[in-house]
Each structure stands twice: as structure tokens, then as C-alpha cells.
Write a protein that binds this ligand. Structure first.
Ligand SMILES: C[S@@+](CC[C@H](N)C(=O)[O-])C[C@H]1O[C@@H](n2cnc3c(N)ncnc32)[C@H](O)[C@@H]1O
Length: 275
């Protein structure tokens, strides 16, 4: 058994500053709660500070997922303002498509965007409130969700520039600025809502901390929790369906919740009725 490396508050602050200044993260302004959580957890498991830091870096790489893609946020903001200023809804949709295409998770959905959300609402009913947990670029699919302007759409992500761009999009669309820069594993949202999306992230939550999903699912105050998992690898070469089904079976075993499934070509959605 390793003796954990003792960590002072000063050390924690030094490591947080080091991680934030890394080239691939310095523009993202990652939440302190996320960095602190990873540092405290990995230093408690490792006696060697270099190894602890290495494993913090590996985890951060998987969580922040720079390989999934990011637009140039400054250029995106200018393009979005021009699209709204044109007054032509088609320009706004074209801009939204370019944002969906900039990130691997949403890019995969573009082919069935026209009926993706309709199929969800057939099960849940049209929601008055939505939590988009670990949202990535999904809020830019709002024009295809066909939600009324009164639906309150809360979105959560770790990337500050992404959250700011989403808030500007909400504002220009006439919706409240409800995108939050928050680590939802450390601070699960407790706002009551009709529907929560937790798309393509549950398996990664479990990689970050084994056992994290169950208490997270329980903490959410939502009627419907929609959890999706990718069923093919990013390169499309491996079929992950059986593995993902086993993961969900484990996460839901012993829970009284009813579950319905929707299957798209690249994604399996578990529609969990929580109340
Ligand atoms: C695999 S992408 C999925 C994006 C989106 N849910 C979708 O399916 O289109 C993961 C996203 O979750 C965000 N994320 C990961 N862990 C998070 C956390 N603990 N709190 C908030 N956001 C998180 C990442 O920044 C990234 O944008």
C-alpha cells in the first residue's frame, strides 16, 4: 500500500496553476473544483508526486477531451452575431450546424438531427425545463429540438469559452443565459427539471471515478434522465454496444426506475423515468 503524498493548500494551488498554464488548457479556464478534485484524489492514491501528477494529467486529458474538437471561439462569436443580425433563420441554422460539426459528439448526430429530439419527446413529452449535463456543443441543436421559448434550458460544461459562447447564443435566441461553468461531478445540479440529458459521458465519469454515476443519477431532481452511450468507437472501427449495455445494467441494478431504450446508429439512449 502506497503512503499518500501529504498535500498542503499551498501545494494544491501550485499544481492548479501549473495545470491551468499548460498549453492545451490555458485558454479554457478550467473550474478550480475540477482541478482540486483530481489533485486531491490522485495524491491520496500515490506516494510518488511525479506519478500522482502524471495520473492527474492523464485524467484531465480524458475529461477535457481536447481531441474531440473545438471551434475558434472568437471567430465563432463574430459569425454568430452576423448570422443573427442577418435576420435570416437559415443563416442561424447554418451557423449552428458549423458548431455541431466542430465537436465529434454532436457531429455524429447531424445525419439524424431532424428526428433525433422528436423521438426523445415521444417518450418524455415536450419538456418545460431541460438540464444538458456535460453539454459540449449540444445546445446549438436547439433549432432542431422544437422547444417553445418558455422551456428553460440549463447547460453545464467545463470549458469557459464554450459556456460563454452558449450563453451568447441563448441571449441572441431570446432565451435566458442559463449555461454554467461547473464541474457537475463535484457539484451535481439540483435544480428540478422535466428532462436531463447526460449524453456520451457516463462511461467517462466512471473512468474518472469508479462508482461516480450512481450517486450522480440519484442526486438529480428530474422526471426523466436520458443517458446516452456511444456504440461505436470514435474511429468507427469497434462495436461497443455489449460493453455499454453491461455498464448501464450495473449502474441501474437495484434501482426502481423504469427504462426505455432508443437506438441510433452510433448512440444508444437509455430513457430513465425517475419519477
Ligand atoms: C464526450 S463530450 C459530450 C458532449 C455532449 N454531451 C454530447 O453528447 O454532444 C463531453 C463534454 O462534457 C464536458 N464535461 C466532462 N466532464 C464534465 C464535468 N464533470 N462537468 C461538466 N462538464 C463536463 C466536456 O467538457 C465535454 O464538453
Amino acid at each position: 500500500m502506497n503512503n499518500p503524498t501529504p498535500l498542503s493548500e499551498e501545494n494544491i494551488q501550485v499544481w492548479i496553476a501549473k495545470l491551468r498554464s499548460m498549453r492545451k488548457y490555458h485558454t479554457l479556464d478550467l473550474p478550480e473544483a475540477l482541478l482540486r478534485d483530481l489533485i486531491v484524489e490522485e495524491f491520496a492514491r500515490q506516494s510518488n508526486p511525479d506519478k500522482a501528477l502524471q495520473s492527474v494529467r492523464e485524467k484531465l486529458h480524458n475529461i477535457v477531451a481536447p481531441y474531440l474538437g473545438d471551434p475558434d471561439y472568437f471567430a465563432a462569436q463574430t459569425a454568430m452575431q452576423a448570422a443573427f443580425a442577418s435576420g435570416d433563420p437559415q443563416f442561424v441554422r447554418d451557423f449552428c450546424l458549423s458548431m455541431l460539426a466542430s465537436h465529434a459528439s454532436t457531429r455524429e448526430r447531424i445525419a439524424w438531427l431532424d428526428n433525433f429530439y422528436t423521438r426523445l419527446w415521444e417518450i418524455t413529452g415536450l419538456p418545460q425545463s431541460v438540464l444538458d449535463l456535460a453539454c459540449g456543443m449540444q445546445p446549438f441543436a436547439l433549432p432542431w429540438m422544437k422547444l417553445p421559448p418558455s422551456t428553460r434550458y440549463h447547460a453545464y460544461d467545463l470549458h469557459r469559452p464554450r459556456v460563454e459562447l452558449i450563453n451568447l447564443f441563448f441571449e441572441l435566441s431570446g432565451r435566458p443565459r442559463l449555461a454554467f461553468h461547473q464541474d457537475i461531478l463535484v457539484e451535481p445540479p439540483t435544480i428540478p427539471a422535466d428532462v436531463a440529458f447526460f449524453f456520451k459521458e457516463a462511461h467517462r465519469f466512471e473512468q474518472r471515478r469508479r462508482g461516480a454515476c450512481r450517486p450522480f443519477f440519484e442526486a438529480l431532481q428530474v422526471r426523466w434522465l436520458l443517458v446516452s452511450l456511444p456504440i461505436s468507437s470514435l474511429k468507427g472501427t469497434r462495436n461497443l454496444e455489449q460493453r455499454q449495455r453491461r455498464l448501464m445494467d450495473n449502474l441501474l441494478s437495484g434501482q426502481p426506475w423504469a427504462v426505455e431504450e432508443i437506438r441510433f446508429e452510433t448512440e444508444l439512449i437509455f430513457c430513465i423515468r425517475k419519477s
